[in-house]
Design a binder for this molecule. Structure first.
Ligand code: FES
Ligand SMILES: [Fe+2]
Length: 383
């Protein structure tokens, strides 16, 4: 069921997608207070494992210590060199800066400073690393750049229970992808907020399935920064669906036949069905580029039948290949969307159908965090 009775004008103007000041305001007001997906715990299988990543202008290092994770700015307090250039690796007891060898413990405090007397007088505890809060949900690992962020539960909203249930445990992490993509980050979010594009932009993948009927769809606007979609389906909708649900039963799960897509603004979403879950986060890199971070899980079952066990590897590889193609198609069309948006002349238009109404919810959120960075002008074309 859709919530609006008619189409609606788009709320954002092209400037919202092209102006670097808007991006900065969005980062400051929308992203910094939130939580950011940075990986999955099995990507750090051993104590001391680390990964580095650059998001939202911050180079960070995420470090496993026993069963917990700590996160620091990947910048040394001595003279601000990156602690390590490696994307991943292992630091056993201490992080060690690659430049002069300063060492830090898991609380971020200096533990060893070569030739320390030369730095006299040293004030204890003043030269620690910048630390960021870390939270895990299922096997997903999130960091925040806010010193006192809201709880991860309230940030994720309904996505929290989906991730807790389906991103870990009996759901196997099968795929990680972090491409840097052309186009404004909001266009990458918007393509995830409607399924109307699937017929044309995903002709050989999602477009093989018919657009769901309105009666099968439920749009949810939970609050200003959370929206969800549920689509009911059945075995009779498509032979691939009935094949998959047979296998899901063999793996030990009774299918619920619901496709979920839940968003936490500004930049997080999770897709989930009986067979798989995909967590996605989108990070701006300036106004015209973004990083798309994906982590995919496939239901492997608790006590699968022997036939389920036999069929699972091909099933998981098929799902992974399918969604890899889908996201590559999204990526290509998002870049073209940005190109169109950058034109100095635009036709009349800027309409959202009822099927696309969740984008209006997102755009209203964006206006709330960036309204004073650009004057809103409805959907007037630029000539
Ligand atoms: S900059 Fe890190 S030890 Fe000198
Ligand atoms: Fe898509």
């Amino acid at each position: 069921m859709f919530l609006s009775d008619s189409h609606q004008p788009t709320l954002l103007t092209p400037r919202h997608y092209l102006d670097g000041n808007v991006t900065e305001r969005e980062i400051e007001r929308g992203f910094i207070p939130g939580w950011h997906l940075v990986g999955v715990s099995d990507e750090f299988p051993v104590d001391g494992g680390f990964r580095t990543i650059s998001i939202l202008g911050r180079d960070i290092i995420l470090w496993r210590r026993g069963d917990r994770f700590v996160c620091f700015l990947n910048v040394c307090s001595h003279r601000f060199c990156a602690l390590t250039a490696a994307v991943k690796g292992r630091f056993l007891e201490r992080l060690r800066c690659q430049y002069h060898g300063w060492e830090y413990d898991e609380s971020g405090q200096t533990r060893k400073i070569p030739d320390a007397p030369a730095f006299r007088p040293l004030e204890q505890g003043r030269l620690g690393l910048v630390e960021y809060p870390v939270a895990t949900v299922g096997d997903l690992v999130f960091v925040s750049f806010h010193p006192a962020p809201e709880t991860i539960e309230s940030f994720l909203g309904e996505a929290h229970s989906i991730c807790a249930e389906r991103c870990g445990g009996d759901w196997e992490h099968v795929w990680s992808w972090e491409p840097t993509c052309d186009g404004n980050w909001k266009l990458a979010m918007e393509i995830t907020l409607e399924g109307y594009h699937t017929v044309a932009a995903h002709e050989g993948t999602l477009g093989r399935f018919p657009l769901p009927r309105e009666e099968a769809m439920t749009h949810l606007f939970q609050d200003d920064s959370h929206t969800g979609l549920m689509v009911g389906f059945s075995d009779s909708d498509h032979p691939e669906i009935s094949r998959t649900s047979r296998l899901i039963r063999r793996l030990g799960r009774t299918p619920e036949y619901v496709y979920h897509h839940q968003h936490a603004f500004p930049h997080f979403g999770v897709i989930a069905s009986d067979a798989y879950a995909i967590a996605q986060a989108i990070y701006p890199v300036g106004p015209d580029r973004h990083v798309n971070l994906y982590r995919m899980f496939v239901y492997r079952g608790h006590r699968p039948s022997w036939r389920g066990r036999l069929l699972y590897p091909g099933h998981a590889a098929g799902l992974r290949g399918f969604w890899e193609r889908v996201f590559a198609e999204d990526r290509a069309v998002t870049s073209e969307h940005h190109r169109g948006m950058s034109s100095t002349v635009l036709p009349n238009g800027g309409l959202m159908s009822r099927r696309e109404e969740r984008i209006i919810h997102f755009q209203a959120y964006v206006l709330g965090i960036s309204s004073d960075a650009v004057e809103t002008a409805g959907s007037k074309p630029r000539v």
